[in-house]
Design a protein around this ligand. Structure first.
Ligand code: MG
Ligand code: MG
Ligand code: MG
Length: 306
């Protein structure tokens, strides 16, 4: 049994899972900590593709973190963390999101405004001058490509690109081509229920006491995705009334056109219109150039809530 679990957020994405695996290994092999990676939920098809590709095991599910020692990666808000986080001991945070974290003890908190947590994990290897193991380089590269949408997202920094190119050289893949391959594993909505589409990458927030949920899915063809719009809106409405949300948003992000159709349900549509300066028509609004939830949707939304 591990002393420490390294775990990412709920509804885990590739960055959350791969950073946890790589950082747990770093902690074990470089720092001598008895750490093990865990996941807060089921992994998505993109992550499954990546782990398969580099022959890396899926980390075990941490159902309840009560009484456990944790290192949080790729998130710091308790609303997004593994079940039982309130009764866990947090030793460390490694993240690239806005900080919404309070803890009664002094801990190591490392956050940088880069495109992925994987970038920070890779940098830790580089700083120590340690060779990154092949499969670790592979999954970290995949996580950077995933989180930065193959370097297209507004969250992508020159550091992410530099680190990714270094890792790509180690694993001998063309990053752009590999990135598209990864994205294709997840981008099709075919065969998925509206609930699966909505919940695949869904995050909870609280703004001025209002519960807000924001989902995102990346697609290669927005027109095709919009054929499911009515169904997804109905699912959002169902979730809103069940979960007492003031607002539920769903980003259908076209990674080729580089823009997002933002679907919105709830009592606070006014906030969405204020945040983006556009009218919501038939339950949605198109946001040209918007691809990042955390950088282009959450900040204006939070501001609009005042
Ligand atoms: Mg993430
Ligand atoms: Mg991330
Ligand atoms: Mg992400």
């Amino acid at each position: 049994m591990a002393d420490v679990y390294v775990v990412g957020h709920k509804a885990p994405d590739t960055d959350s899972v791969c950073s946890a695996i790589a950082y747990a290994k770093f902690k074990r092999e470089v720092e001598g900590v008895n750490a093990e990676a865990a996941r807060a939920d089921e992994i998505n098809p993109e992550t499954e593709y990546v782990l398969n590709y580099f022959k890396v095991n899926v980390p075990p599910l941490l159902k309840d973190a009560k009484g456990k020692k944790l290192i949080l990666v790729d998130h710091n808000e308790f609303a997004q963390a593994v079940n039982g986080v309130e009764n866990a001991e947090i030793l460390e945070v490694l993240d690239h999101h806005k900080i919404d974290f309070k803890y009664p003890e002094p801990i190591l908190f490392h956050a940088e405004p880069v495109g992925s947590t994987a970038t920070l994990v890779a940098k830790k290897y580089f700083e120590k001058g340690i060779k990154v193991p092949y499969e670790v380089a592979g999954i970290l590269l995949a996580a950077i490509l995933s989180d930065t949408v193959v370097f297209k997202s507004a969250t992508c920094t020159p550091v992410d690109r530099e680190v990714a190119l270094k890792l790509a050289e180690m694993v001998k893949v063309d990053p752009e081509r590999f990135g598209i391959e990864i994205k294709k594993a997840k981008a099709s909505l075919r065969g998925k229920t509206a609930s699966e589409i909505l919940m695949a990458d869904f995050k909870d927030y609280e703004f001025k006491g209002v519960k807000v949920g924001v989902g995102q899915v990346e697609v290669f063809d927005l027109q095709e995705a919009l054929e499911r719009k009515k169904e997804i809106l109905e699912e959002m409405e169902r979730k809103r009334s069940e979960g007492k949300y003031g607002l539920i948003l769903m980003m259908l992000t076209d990674i080729i056109k580089e823009g997002t159709e933002l679907l919105a349900v709830g009592e606070r549509i006014d906030v969405v219109e204020k945040a983006f300066g556009k009218r919501v028509k038939d339950g949605s609004v198109y946001l040209e150039g918007v691809m990042s939830r955390k950088k282009e949707v959450i900040p204006p939304l939070e501001k609009a809530f005042g």
